[in-house]
Design a protein around this ligand. Structure first.
Ligand SMILES: [Zn+2]
Length: 77
């Protein structure tokens, strides 16, 4: 029973590590070059935009607003 919990926690730690190493799309220049520089602090390596995001993953609300910007930039048919 106890070992079951151990596996679950280890899995979650792995996910956090993956999110920390992941690059995120910059909402300013749209390049996937945003890296975690500190606790809840993110920086784009391309344009230098600094972002305050989640502790281990860039806030999803940033991704949603970036996606909205991309959609509005697309020419309408
Ligand atoms: Zn950028």
């Amino acid at each position: 029973m106890g070992s079951h919990y151990g596996v679950k926690i280890r899995k979650r730690e792995n996910d956090v590590l993956k999110q920390q190493r992941q690059s995120y799309v910059c909402p300013t220049c749209q390049k996937k070059n945003v890296a975690r520089t500190g606790y809840a602090h993110w920086k784009c390596g391309s344009c230098g935009t600094e972002l305050a995001g989640g502790a281990y993953a860039l806030s999803s609300s940033v991704g949603i607003s970036a996606r909205k910007t991309l959609q509005s930039l697309k020419p309408k048919k």
